[in-house]
Design a protein around this ligand. Structure first.
Ligand code: FAD
Length: 261
């Protein structure tokens, strides 16, 4: 079975900056890293390869520098990486991003399980996986925290819901998004690191993917960010002084006078 992992390169979290006018993330600032949530998707792909002999590919839509993150993914044991890179993709919202990813899935062919992270640490919409399933006309299961069984045409999953866990079966090909409870991502091996340096990574443009130009970039994006900002910090912290027992008394007094107890 072919397993595809969708992986995004993001700025390291403390260095995320927002361009207030356009509401978009300022890229090129801070060290780019693999989106943390996607490390769990990559690990699950490698585990499927080890347990069932699946062929695992990683796909990213991003700038040329995203190649570095793709090599890191290869070093973890992923078989093949693809970079989707074209200035025509600039300004794409989640729907347009998912469309481009779906074109790559079609081009590689014969998808089985497509695994995404829960959400990115920059855009953070958590929309791409569901929209990808929509573009591919495939079933989708979100928030998966365990893959219980997998065959060529079915997958049994445990997913989080409001009250606990739910076990579901889904036909394949299909798309899932995974949460961090699913596994513990491994570190790359020295051999993996050496091999990843030599790997050939195809770079596909809009023309290679035969995308409809009306569905990509800002003109193909139905959403607009009207504003984006970091909230003002209005909460004031106060350190209670004195011995622990006196601090507890003070805390109870404060809570009482605030009507909280
Ligand atoms: C109007 C608008 C304009 C934008 N313009 C730009 C722009 O010019 N440049 C830019 O870089 N971003 C731009 N963005 C942001 C970009 O569209 C989103 O970052 C992207 O669509 C992913 O959304 P997200 O970060 O919320 O991912 P989420 O939905 O939170 O991610 C969920 C999962 O989807 C997968 N995934 C998400 N994005 C990718 C990807 N690119 N490649 C592979 N897998 C992925 C990963 O598995 C990830 O864990 C724009 C967004 C909007 C709304």
């Amino acid at each position: 079975m072919n397993v595809f992992i969708c992986m995004k390169q993001v700025p390291e979290t403390p260095s995320v900056e927002i361009q207030e006018q356009s509401g978009t993330v300022v890229r090129g600032k801070g060290k780019p890293v693999i989106n943390p949530s996607d490390l769990y998707a990559l690990e699950e792909g490698v585990r499927l390869k080890e347990a069932h002999g699946c062929r695992v590919s990683v796909i990213t839509m991003g700038p040329p520098e995203a190649e570095e993150s793709l090599r890191e993914a290869l070093a973890l044991g992923i078989d093949q990486a693809y970079l989707l890179c074209d200035s025509q993709f600039d300004g794409s919202d989640t729907l347009a991003t998912a469309y481009v990813l779906s074109r790559a899935v079609h081009k590689i062919g014969e998808p089985g399980t497509i695994i995404c992270g829960r959400q990115s640490t920059d855009g953070s919409t958590g929309q791409v996986a569901a929209q990808l399933a929509q573009w591919l006309d495939m079933p989708f299961a979100a928030l998966v925290n365990r893959i219980e069984e997998v065959s060529e045409d079915r997958i049994k999953l445990r997913r989080l819901d409001d009250e606990g866990y739910r076990t579901v079966e889904m036909s394949l090909p299909g798309v899932i998004s995974v949460v961090k409870e699913i596994n513990e991502p491994r570190l790359p091996s020295l051999r993996g690191l050496m091999q990843s340096k030599k790997a050939k990574i195809p770079v596909w443009t809009a023309a290679d993917l035969k995308v409809d130009p009306a569905r990509i970039g800002s003109k193909g994006s139905p959403t607009r960010i009207s504003s984006a900002f970091f909230p003002d910090r209005t909460r004031q912290a106060e350190l209670l002084q004195g011995a622990p027992a006196s601090q507890v008394d003070q805390l109870i007094d404060r809570l009482r006078s605030a009507g909280a107890i």
